[in-house]
Design a binder for this molecule. Sequence first.
Ligand SMILES: Nc1ncnc2c1ncn2[C@@H]1O[C@H](COP(=O)(O)OP(=O)(O)O)[C@@H](O)[C@H]1O
Ligand SMILES: [Mg+2]
Length: 308
Amino acid sequence: MAKELIIKDLHVNVDDKEIIKGVNLTIRQGEVHAIMGPNGSGKSTLSNTIMGHPRYTVTSGDIIFDGESIVGLSADRRARRGLFLAFQYPMAVPGVSVSNFLRTALTNIRKGDVTQEIKPQNLDVQGDRPLYEKETTKAKVGGDGANIDRKKKEMLIKPAEFRKILNEKLALLQMDSKYTKRYLNDGFSGGEKKRLEVLQMAVLSPKIAFLDEPDSGLDIDAIKVVGSGVQALKGPEMGIVIITHQQRILTYLKPDFVHVMMQGLVVKEGGPELADQIEEGGYAWIREEFGLQVTAEEEREEVELNVN
Ligand SMILES: Nc1ncnc2c1ncn2[C@@H]1O[C@H](COP(=O)(O)OP(=O)(O)O)[C@@H](O)[C@H]1O
Ligand SMILES: [Mg+2]
């Protein structure tokens, strides 16, 4: 049966200020949802909270995945259960290659939630071979079963198997393999960073994936590549939530459901036609319908749009 992520009357504080003010959403494997909304409406706050970013505090409500509340779980445990977030602003990690990062991440995801939580003291960094788990954390193999080379005490997926998966996903996303030897996001262009987020999603094949503005800062061609890339990953095993400001990427990745967020609430929901209405009329008509005042952040955004 399709696994469900249920967000129930969720309230979230950042630094003691309430940002999310009672959001309800249900996302199932196989569905594509779009969350749209102006700047500052709480879209990133919502996705970071679902993924377990420690800065965001759930003050009431619940996040339930596959029948279990995940609010108290660390981010890595949420990832091991099959949740994924592609960041709006991916971070560069010089010294860690894309390939090693992905191999380590996939190994851990495959093991499932049977190991100790990831803490700095459980990790070992050896030059360009990052995040090898120390032997002491040797855990039972769970999930799909990681392919562990016990002789070498290397607890990572075998290179040949990993290479096969990686090449398959690179081909699917029309990406060059030279990309994977570079350090994570180090010196990457905006478009390359966003494609790398999608590559991560492809390799880890999460059950529910959030993509936070994968189109922001990209030109029209790059939006097409990213949108079609995500569309190519779509399938019955993956629920996709695409957070976006603009309708364009949704022409390549058709959503089943569209939710509009404003000022910490989901104020309107519908099908793909709602995205088209926003493309035509912006957000002002929805704001009016709900008697919302324009916030300072929204005002700044409109000034910026008029300047451009
Ligand atoms: N770390 C933070 N500290 C203080 N305020 C924050 C923080 N993150 C977000 N906010 C505030 O929360 C609101 C929602 O922000 P955000 O979730 O980033 O919106 P969106 O992603 O929709 O643009 C904004 O008013 C923003 O200023
Ligand atoms: Mg955001």
